[in-house]
Design a protein around this ligand. Structure first.
Ligand SMILES: C[S@@+](CC[C@H](N)C(=O)[O-])C[C@H]1O[C@@H](n2cnc3c(N)ncnc32)[C@H](O)[C@@H]1O
Length: 219
């Protein structure tokens, strides 16, 4: 199905599967508790698009983690960034590539499980900007991201994570702060359809601690 995604003063029209539920795979869930959350654009994803639409990104390198269809990376590419969309579902990456091509955007996409980042993604670090939307919904996610994100960062990297106030996000934020990362938060309204996660999304911004940008953070 086609979906119109508001992105501040920009706008995306993307193609995505009509129903995430139809993609449920019992074997995958039994193996690694994988659920096909990638197939929707979540409220936090729309907020992240709005945030990115207002940033000066020309020539900057941007990686989106848990990107699903990759709308954040697409908006970054529209703003002139060298954008990379990543997700652990191959089908998500396929949709991401298809949509970027359809929108005539120069954007890369690849499969990445946060717990096993591919060498080519690490080789492109440090990224100027690391972003993600609604990726802190389970404790294991924060634990994996605390180890991965520093490996993607340089001293001047900015990390932006939009989150619909998931309970497990708190441990991640507190862990990053305890490890010395600079932090601030903006609370933004969800544009368009609101679901059970609420009308407000927290936009967490982190800056690496001086001289320790690559040190893993244990959450
Ligand atoms: C709630 S969805 C959010 C999708 C998109 N960012 C958005 O906001 O519309 C969470 C995303 O994280 C991805 N994800 C979860 N665990 C992951 C992991 N270990 N490695 C990579 N991606 C993961 C899922 O496949 C899914 O696309």
């Amino acid at each position: 199905m086609w979906e119109d995604v508001p992105a501040g003063h920009l706008h995306l029209r993307i193609k995505r599967p009509p129903s995430a539920e139809d993609l449920l795979d019992e074997a995958e869930f039994a193996d690694d508790e994988r659920l096909p959350y990638w197939a929707e654009v979540w409220p936090s994803g729309r907020v992240l698009c709005g945030v990115l639409s207002e940033m000066h990104l020309a020539g900057r390198s941007v990686i989106e983690l848990g990107a699903g269809i990759g709308t954040g990376a697409m908006v970054a590419a529209m703003r002139g960034a060298r954008a990379l969309s990543t997700d652990w579902y191959e089908a998500a990456v396929d949709f991401s590539r298809w949509n970027a091509r359809n929108l005539d955007l120069d954007m890369d996409a690849c499969v990445m499980d946060w717990r096993h980042p591919p060498a080519e993604v690490l080789a492109r670090a440090p990224y100027d900007l690391v972003v993600g939307a609604d990726i802190l919904y389970e404790a294991r996610n924060g634990e994996a991201l605390g180890l991965l994100i520093p490996a993607l960062c340089g001293p001047a990297t900015e990390v932006i994570i939009a989150d619909p106030r998931r309970p497990d996000a708190r441990a991640f934020v507190e862990g990053m702060q305890s490890a010395g990362w600079g932090y601030d938060r903006e609370d933004l309204p969800v544009p368009g359809r609101i679901d059970e996660t609420g009308a407000i999304v927290h936009v967490h911004r982190f800056r690496p601690p001086p001289l320790k940008h690559n040190e893993p953070v244990v959450i």
